[in-house]
Design a protein around this ligand. Structure first.
Ligand SMILES: Nc1ncnc2c1ncn2[C@@H]1O[C@H](COP(=O)(O)OP(=O)(O)OP(=O)(O)O)[C@@H](O)[C@H]1O
Ligand SMILES: O=c1[nH]c(=O)c2[nH+]cn([C@@H]3O[C@H](COP(=O)(O)O)[C@@H](O)[C@H]3O)c2[nH]1
Ligand SMILES: NC(=O)CC[C@H](N)C(=O)O
Ligand SMILES: [Mg+2]
Length: 539
């Protein structure tokens, strides 16, 4: 089935992904593409008639600078609705004959917008009404420039005291634009506004449903793979587990999962993953103990990016070797031709977004963009279009256990990025035991108000090993041992995150247990840094 779709053109805003999330939440398929696609690309994209609307994102740039990006002019010539958000509004105004100027005052944060109720976009959407009957919206703003003159054909749709043109519309052409950001949760009616655009104004069908998606994806995988063999890097994490279950449903025994123990897994993780997949999913899983190989290559290396690159490289070495072994082990096998991965949509956007060429690399992820040419395997990535929570929904629909689907993510380099500096087996062993205690207590402690455990109330939690020693006193004796840091964050998208306000009782229990039970650690700290400016992992 052909899905109807919305195109989001990304001008490099930090929150473009949130636009896509909101549209997907309305069960409408959408894709994010860089704003510098050509007019021909846009026409081609729209050709089959499934494109129902276009959204232009925000940006850090200013439209009156000569060098900045514009929307492909074709966007305004297709006869389909367009919504401009912030910079998207400004470029729409600029390109269609209006005027944009640098403001004297930056407007950042909450604002009250007077919404003139006479456009299809904002009609009957308001947070409250003034005594004079004026509909008001509580919105989030982040801009310094503003539209000072609307293009011909547009009428005023919204305004604030400092931004008289905070929304405009040309309803004949179905062009709408808002200076505020409907995609962020701080804009209370943001979801309603985006839904109004996508469902009512564009008239898009709500045909993006994970349950239905399974049969579609299964067909696609079968068509792609034919009778060839596939190996899949299985980590036991959410993404690769769901990918494995989906591909297994499509091609059964043509799939072999390769689970790599790089010596940097958590306590008992290897056995757990094997039990789950071999026991419950009946997929073929090969467990490769490559810990000597990884730890050997990592010995003496302490620079975080260098460590990440080595780990990425060794993963590929293992996959290549296993693909070849399939052939040797079975006379009827031609060897695997495909490498399947649990790559998801944020990985794709982050490595191919409009501004990625200019963006600095904070961390190299082992599975994205870093695969060598001479891999000799074709890539199968059935989750490439999905966001994490869609992957989770899909996992549930595929019958995976709740605990597996709602696990915290665990990075491919594992404890390798949680042992600061040089990695030693001794450090990994201490860290594994301390981390297991932390996770166990997060599962034990419940928040009374919500009834949820603190594991479920946090998005990701783990322990970090600091290779420094501090002095302690234990049983009247002196200790001189290592330090660990506890890290727990709350986030919906992992792009930004707040440190979790864990109860003191929980921290106290964890600290007491780690220091008493893990000999070699005599001090526990709690990381109270948010992202940004810190990151979630320490390396
Ligand atoms: N220990 C491992 N053995 C084999 N493949 C791995 C291992 N760790 C990571 N991978 C591969 O790298 C990919 C990316 O890892 P990533 O951590 O982003 O996803 P995940 O582990 O599947 O899910 P989650 O984000 O929930 O941890 C995985 O989908 C998997 O294909
Ligand atoms: O599969 C992965 N391979 C990696 O190389 C990697 N590095 C970070 N992460 C995870 O990404 C999220 C954001 O992490 P940071 O704030 O530390 O960048 C967090 O969820 C991290 O655990 C990784 N996952
Ligand atoms: N968030 C945005 O899109 C900002 C647009 C533009 N850079 C401004 O400052 O007004
Ligand atoms: Mg993982």
């Amino acid at each position: 089935m052909q899905h109807q779709k919305i195109l989001i053109l990304d001008f490099g805003s930090q929150v473009t992904q949130l636009i896509a999330r909101r549209v997907r939440d309305a069960h409408v398929f959408c894709e994010v593409h860089p704003c510098d696609v050509s007019d021909d690309w846009v026409r081609e994209y729209a050709k089959d008639g499934t494109l129902k609307g276009i959204i232009l994102s925000g940006s850090h740039a200013s439209v009156y600078e000569d060098t900045t990006d514009k929307a492909p002019q074709a966007v305004f010539e297709l006869g389909i609705p367009v919504l401009g958000i912030c910079y998207g509004m400004q470029t729409m105004a600029h390109q269609l004959g209006g005027k944009v100027e640098g403001g004297h005052k930056r407007e950042f944060g909450s604002a009250d917008v007077r919404a003139r109720g006479h456009t299809a976009l904002l009609k009957d959407i308001a947070d409250y009404t003034t005594p004079e009957g004026q509909g008001m919206l509580d919105v989030w703003m982040s801009h310094g420039d503003k539209v000072t003159e609307m293009p011909p054909g547009f009428k005023l749709m919204a305004s604030t005291d400092s931004c008289p043109i905070a929304g405009m519309a040309d309803e004949d052409r179905r062009f709408y634009a808002v200076q505020f950001h409907p995609e962020v949760t701080h804009t209370k009616q943001g979801n309603a506004i985006l839904k109004r655009f996508v469902l009512d104004i564009c008239g898009t069908r709500q045909d993006w449903v994970m349950g239905d998606y399974i049969s579609e994806a299964v067909e696609k995988i079968r068509a792609q793979v034919g009778d060839e063999e596939v190996i899949l890097g299985l980590s036991g994490g959410v993404d690769s587990s769901v990918a494995a279950a989906l591909i297994h449903r499509a091609i059964g025994d043509q799939l072999t999962c390769v689970f790599v123990d790089h010596g940097l897994l958590r306590l008992n993780e290897g056995d757990m993953v094997m039990d789950m997949f071999v026991g419950k999913l009946h997929a073929k899983v090969i467990r490769v103990d490559a810990s000597d190989q990884f730890l050997g290559q990592l010995a003496g290396v302490s620079e975080p990016e260098a460590k990440r690159k080595i780990i990425g490289r060794e993963f590929v070495e293992v996959f290549k070797a296993e693909a070849a072994k399939l052939k040797a082990a079975n006379a009827s096998s031609k060897g695997a031709k495909w490498l399947a991965q649990g790559t998801i949509y944020p990985d794709v956007i982050e490595s191919g977004g409009a501004k990625s060429k200019k963006a600095v690399t904070i961390k190299s992820h082992h599975n994205v963009g870093g695969l060598p040419e001479q891999l000799g395997l074709k890539l199968l990535e059935p989750l490439r279009e999905l966001f994490k929570d869609e992957v989770r929904e899909l996992g549930v629909a595929l019958g995976l256990p709740h605990d597996m689907v709602y696990r915290h993510p665990f990075p491919g380099p594992g404890l390798g990025v949680r042992i600061l500096g040089e990695i030693k087996k001794e450090y990994a062993d201490l860290l594994r035991r301390a981390d297991a205690i932390f996770i166990e207590e997060l599962r034990n402690f419940r928040d009374e108000a919500s009834g949820k455990t603190w594991y479920d109330l946090t998005s990701q939690a783990f322990t970090v090993f600091l290779p420094v020693k501090s002095v302690g006193v234990m049983g009247d004796g002196r200790t001189y041992d290592y330090v660990v840091a506890l890290r727990a964050v709350q986030t919906s998208d992992f792009m930004t995150a707040d440190w979790a306000e864990l109860p003191y009782a929980l921290l106290k229990k964890v600290s007491g247990r780690i220091i008493n039970e893990v000999r070699g650690i005599n001090r526990v700290t709690y990381d109270v840094s948010s992202k940004p400016p810190a990151t979630i992992e320490w390396e």
